[in-house]
Write a protein that binds this ligand. Sequence first.
Ligand code: PLP
Length: 376
Amino acid sequence: MLPGPTNVPNRVMNAMLAPVINHRSDDFRTLYKSIVEKTQKVFQTSNDIVLLTTSGTGAVEASVVNLIKKGDKAVIPVNGEFSTRLADLIDSWGGQAIRINAPPGENPPYDKFEEAFDKNKDIKALYAVYNETSTGTTIRYMDKLGQLASRKGAYFIADAVSILGGDELPVDKWNVDICVTASQKALAAPPGVSPVSVSKRAKKYMQENPPPTQYLNLKRYFKYYEEHFETPFTPALPLYYAFREALDMVLEEGMENRIRRHRICADAFYAGLSALGLTPFAKPDARSNMIIAVNYLPGMDDKKFRGLLSSEFKVLIAGGFGDLKGKVFRVGSMGEVGRYHVMRTISSIASAMNMLGVKTNPEATSVAMDKLKALG
Ligand code: PLP
């Protein structure tokens, strides 16, 4: 129950046993083309897809190095570890990140973005970490950010590493010019491949202004795909097979059903953990359906609590990041998550709390179970 990597279904693991083939062969071209087409469906886009052999950070970095030049201004909401890293990356690449800060667990008011664009006439890009994994906080006005960026002629970039495949993200409808995600979270594949979608306008810019890099130079990927349906560099073939299988599972379930399942499981987690006597960390209008961040109660030592969950109940969850270390715990509710995972996690958390001498409400599991009835 980590916020990534998440559990990988056996069907996806087994797919990796396929032979390691020549990546300059028709078999590979068929494989790659099919992954691109399936990814477009999951992203709900007709944009180009580049499949990078890298973790999410590599894809996030690609969204910066292919777009930001010295002095370019980029607006970015900052409310946790991953949005801080992204803003710092923009600065370190020579850009000027215009940070719109909010306390962890909250999002800045939307008006602040309008204000930033009014104050700065030459903003090139609006970057947003859609789901701030470090605090379990989701931006619920991404569609409005996309409209704003497109009205102002700026590029809109979404770091959707810990949300795509589990919550709404219609890339074309929301005007997302660059959308990056990673295989190991809501898509429930092994870590190591990270897809990036690029709009026609952003692609044209990247082709005319390529970055001084080799591996993360997306122009090379467009060229190889257009000319050969290949990648410019050696792809992680077993991970490609696994990723294709994971995409098949997403498409078989259907995005609408999958998003609904994630929402119901998150509702059950928030309700069940609240009934136990715990409080969610994020503000109600910003709570993530992928990562359930919860405040510790007095007497719940992070190391002891998570240690008990792991050793006694075989349930792995994450602690807090930075300043939140020891103050919150985080449960990943992504990918394969279902009735079993929710109930097993909540009852194990209750037992571990009791073992630490913290009283819980015995009705909490039925509160969660009631919410899960919506799964059908
Ligand atoms: N962005 C977000 C929102 C994330 O949650 C993460 C990882 O958890 C990353 C970027 C970095 O991804 P990775 O650890 O796969 O490099």
